[in-house]
Ligand binder design. Structure first.
Ligand SMILES: Cc1ncc(COP(=O)(O)O)c(C=O)c1O
Length: 404
């Protein structure tokens, strides 16, 4: 065992009994390079972060420029930090009105927490609704919204005022009443197994929230910034929520989250008391500079349109494998789910695929579903490599082929 691996096992907090354990020495484009001289196709884009792939020159140049100007200068919200202000203005210009005021955070979960606090303060209510299968992060408030009791249970009591409603079920919307501060939903559930709700459901959700005076919060941490084939997944439904939560790809590979709402909603956090919601590192200048550069590439190179085309190509290739173990291949842009009949088969398939040099993972709340979310900039040749590896991995999982 290498010294590094030994220290990894001894000193780093472990999140499971079976870490993938690749020793990454370099990452470039869609590829991760490991200490043993192998390369792996990053077919999950660092869990939805690396929309442009790794080491995009525009992002690196922006980081270098900002690094030489200044790093951290003062807690967020006090000084005029150019990349912060520019990124906020750019997001405001791209999101539909009235989503024009941005609060930056360090992560997705932290942005969810901020959105919950803003919703409670704005409405003067405390109850919340979320959906079965949902994943919004692992801080206590975000975890309270989690749609899988197995992840909540060890940490209870959590927030005691959360209703979990069946996802994509219009009948469940009767539970939205005037006691709710907010209803939080992923416009496409990712960890829930790549579940794409009906347009009618999302529109009905909007009108129920309007009637109840509850704020509608879209968690676009994974779906945002081109992943689903639109810059924001909300565009698929023609629904404008009261707040949008972003993270992952937002920082161009550096840590950054945000919740965005109207002047009135986000404005509640600035007074009574002032400084009632602050952060030391949220909206770090370096992260905002990287995020701004990444966003320019995403918009200028129309990577959402690219995601539509490459996603369709990927789904077609996977369906052509005609694997009897796969119940369904579904996708929206470059967020694709392989829904297996058995979770056990799906888990073995993930291991077999990784051993063939393609990184994929199963989803937290639907572990028979393997999620594919490669960098948006991926090209057909790289998709072909991944699909060939998955074809071999299917054979390997059945026990019919040796590793390539
Ligand atoms: C939809 C969604 N919301 C929130 C989060 C939490 O984000 P973070 O891990 O940055 O706290 C995630 C992370 O996977 C996510 O997928």
């Amino acid at each position: 065992m290498s010294k590094l691996r030994d220290l990894f096992i001894r000193n780093l907090a472990q999140t499971s009994d079976a870490p993938i354990g690749l020793e990454i020495v370099r990452a470039e484009g869609v590829w991760l390079y490991t200490a043993d001289g192998r390369r792996y196709l990053d077919f999950i884009a660092g869990i939805g972060v690396s929309a442009l792939g790794h080491g995009h020159p525009a992002v690196l140049a922006a980081i270098e420029r900002q690094m030489r100007r200044y790093l951290h200068v003062m807690v967020y919200g006090e000084y005029l930090i150019e990349p912060q202000v520019e990124l906020a203005a750019r997001l405001a210009g791209l999101l539909p009105a009235p989503l024009s005021r941005v609060y930056f955070t360090n992560s997705g979960a932290e942005a969810i927490e901020g959105a919950l606090k803003a919703a409670r303060k704005f409405t003067g209510r405390h109850a919340l609704a979320a959906f079965e299968g949902a994943y919004h992060g692992d801080t206590l408030g975000a975890l309270s919204l989690a749609g899988n009791p197995a992840w909540r249970k060890p940490f209870e009591p959590l927030l005691d005022s959360v209703r979990h409603l069946p996802f994509d079920d219009p009948g469940a919307l009767d539970a939205i009443d005037s006691s709710l501060a907010a209803v939080v939903i992923e416009p496409v559930q990712a960890e829930g197994g790549v579940r794409i709700p009906a347009i009618g459901f999302m529109r009905e959700l909007r009108s129920r929230c309007d009637r109840a005076g509850a704020l509608l919060v879209f968690d676009e941490v994974l779906t945002g910034l081109g992943r689903t084939g639109r810059l924001f997944a909300l565009e698929h439904f023609g629904v404008v929520p009261d707040m949008v939560v972003l993270a992952k790809a937002l920082g161009g590979g550096l840590p950054l989250g945000a919740f965005v709402g109207s002047d009135e909603v986000i404005g509640t956090l600035s007074h009574d008391p002032p400084l009632g919601h602050i952060t030391t590192f949220g909206g770090h200048p370096l992260s905002c500079a990287a995020g701004l550069a990444a966003l320019e590439v995403i918009t200028q190179e129309e990577l959402s349109a690219h995601a539509v085309e490459k996603g369709a190509y990927l789904v077609e290739a996977l369906r052509a494998l005609a694997a009897p173990e796969i119940a369904e291949v579904r996708g929206i842009g470059l967020l694709v789910g392989l829904d297996f009949h058995s979770a056990e088969f799906a888990h073995r398939f993930v291991a077999e695929t990784i051993s063939r040099g393609v990184i994929v993972n199963w989803t937290l709340n639907a572990d028979q579903v393997v999620r594919l979310a490669p960098p948006l900039a991926i090209v057909r040749r790289e998709i072909d490599i991944a699909v060939a590896a998955m074809r071999d991995a299917l054979l390997g999982t059945r026990g019919g082929a040796s590793r390539v």
